[in-house]
Design a protein around this ligand. Structure first.
Ligand SMILES: C[S@@+](CC[C@H](N)C(=O)[O-])C[C@H]1O[C@@H](n2cnc3c(N)ncnc32)[C@H](O)[C@@H]1O
Length: 217
């Protein structure tokens, strides 16, 4: 988590569901083998994602920004049998770690979930996807967030949830803009669009670096 004092963060984590062992193992391996392990959703946000997914029970999920698969596994916890999770990442070097943990997860739960990893720029891949989704998690490159929003709105069912990560961008959304920062202006526009779009009900939660939950009406 980012914004609260450490002792409050610790208290919140201590009074939330424990992180499953498979996610502890994935976190350890990510720190050992991958640069920028800070990109992992982490234990507390992971429990929030799992809770949202359990409440929704989505049959089809799209995740933009797989990294090593942490958030995908949290969302998979709440998916029913015979559901499908498509994750997208531009970095093919991460495919092996995520794939191993997806297999391990499938073997440890008594339900059939199809995991499909797509490698490439998310905007290109979204345009190729067929069918509609019940839950979309946006967690790839920030300069494309507005583009991702417009692209996925064509691919969501009524009642779908769109979860967007890092929408507070380390607090930069309320600071003076740095002219060299290309992400913050896009996040400001993204947050405004989600709030104003009449097709959505949106609440921005102060979970970690800001997590917005939007429900498609
Ligand atoms: C913050 S990480 C995702 C973290 C992951 N969702 C989790 O919680 O464990 C962002 C990921 O987006 C990927 N990414 C960056 N630009 C992308 C693009 N244009 N298309 C697809 N993936 C991209 C990066 O390779 C990185 O793995």
């Amino acid at each position: 988590m980012f914004f609260l004092p450490q002792n409050l963060d610790d208290y919140i984590v201590a009074h939330s569901e424990d992180e499953p062992q498979i996610l502890k193992d994935l976190t350890r391996e990510t720190h050992q083998k991958v640069l920028q392990a800070i990109m992992l959703s982490g234990a507390y946000q992971g429990r929030v994602l799992s809770m949202i997914s359990h409440l929704k029970s989505p049959m089809r999920v799209l995740e933009l920004g797989t990294f090593t698969g942490y958030s995908a596994l949290c969302i998979a916890e709440g998916m029913p049998s015979d559901s499908e999770l498509i994750t997208v990442d531009v970095n093919e070097e991460l495919e092996d770690i995520a794939g191993r943990y997806f297999t391990c997860f499938r073997e440890s739960v008594n339900k059939n979930i199809t995991f499909t990893q797509k490698i490439g720029p998310a905007l290109d891949i979204i345009s190729e996807l067929e069918g509609k989704f019940d839950l979309v998690f946006i967690d790839a490159d920030k300069p494309n967030y507005v583009n991702y929003f417009h692209a996925i709105m064509e691919k969501v069912n009524p009642g779908a949830l769109i979860i967007s990560d890092n929408v507070l961008w380390h607090g930069k959304v309320v600071e003076n803009l740095n002219p060299k920062d290309s992400s913050t202006p896009i996040l400001l526009e993204f947050n405004r669009i989600l709030k104003e779009d009449p097709r959505l009900q949106t609440v921005l939660f102060s979970v970690r670096d800001g997590l917005t939950l939007s429900r498609v009406l």
